[in-house]
Design a protein around this ligand. Structure first.
Ligand SMILES: NC(=O)c1ccc[n+]([C@@H]2O[C@H](COP(=O)([O-])OP(=O)(O)OC[C@H]3O[C@@H](n4cnc5c(N)ncnc54)[C@H](OP(=O)(O)O)[C@@H]3O)[C@@H](O)[C@H]2O)c1
Length: 234
């Protein structure tokens, strides 16, 4: 399978990329803004698996040229799985959130995935097992516990979750499955910045293994679903 993952330079995305690269049948295209960690990721896959399983491109979801993405995907001959994993979390009380904060929050978490899906649609509809996986958050899941300071983040992730259901309906005749994982806490840079001192029940590697499995197998069992990933009962 040919798999594109955004936000692969750190945290969950990095671990998903490594887990996917373990399968000799997979080619992973890793995107993020920081080239150094992406280069290190590609090298780590070579060290672990003895082959070039991960290619990478510097790509800012909010500003990079479409051609970077399109040329990289053409180089792979297409895409079977798109993992919209990259995310931004702005943690501020509601009254301190500026228009610019709201714009940046939605630019990365909603309009970025929208743009990537639109660009890749011609390729995805040529795949026999196309799967779009949008990474959302438990904080965006209806009825879940909410946290002060995360209104813009959670609202943006809720928009991404809703988009999932809409696109699953719209793409169903093209055999493209679209699902959303509303993840619970995993120990990453983002989590540490949002909840200093909190220790998550799962490591980024634990979560990465699960997301990698879901991306490559979930399309057979789910379509248009928002799946809560929390280990808590709420
Ligand atoms: N960790 C958790 O507990 C948790 C819980 C629920 C949901 N999530 C979601 O899981 C996903 C991964 O988060 P994480 O915890 O692994 O956080 P992370 O370590 O901060 O990773 C975020 C990734 O997004 C990339 N990114 C940010 N802005 C970007 C932009 N403008 N263009 C391209 N890439 C961009 C970053 O790469 P560069 O900085 O190199 O661009 C980085 O690779 C996010 O969508 C997050 O909301 C995480």
């Amino acid at each position: 399978m040919r798999i594109l993952i955004t936000g692969a330079s750190s945290g969950i995305g990095r671990e998903v990329a490594l887990a996917l690269a373990a399968d000799p049948g997979h080619q992973v295209l890793a995107l993020a803004r920081r080239s150094e960690p992406l280069e290190a990721l590609a090298q780590e896959a070579i060290n672990r698996y003895g082959r070039t399983a991960i290619s990478w491109r510097e790509f800012d979801l909010t500003s990079s040229d479409d051609s970077i993405l399109l040329e990289a995907v053409a180089g792979l001959g297409g895409i079977d799985i798109l993992l919209n994993n990259a995310g931004l979390l702005i943690n501020k009380p509601f009254e301190q959130l500026s228009d610019d904060d709201w714009q940046r929050q939605f630019d990365v978490n909603v309009f970025g995935p929208v743009r990537v899906i639109r660009l890749l649609l011609p390729w995805l509809q040529q795949s026999a097992s196309a799967h779009i996986v949008n990474i959302s958050s438990m904080g965006a899941f209806q009825g879940s516990s909410k946290f002060p300071g995360l209104s813009a983040y959670s609202a943006s992730k809720a928009a991404l979750a809703n988009l999932t259901e809409c696109l699953a309906e719209e793409f169903k005749d093209r055999h493209i499955s679209v699902n959303c994982l509303a993840l619970g806490a995993a120990q990453t840079e983002m989590l540490a910045a949002a909840f200093p001192g909190y220790q998550a029940p799962l490591s980024a590697a634990d979560m990465g293994d699960f997301v990698a499995w879901f991306a490559t197998h979930g399309y057979r069992f789910f379509n248009g679903k928002i799946l809560p990933g929390s280990v808590w009962t709420q």
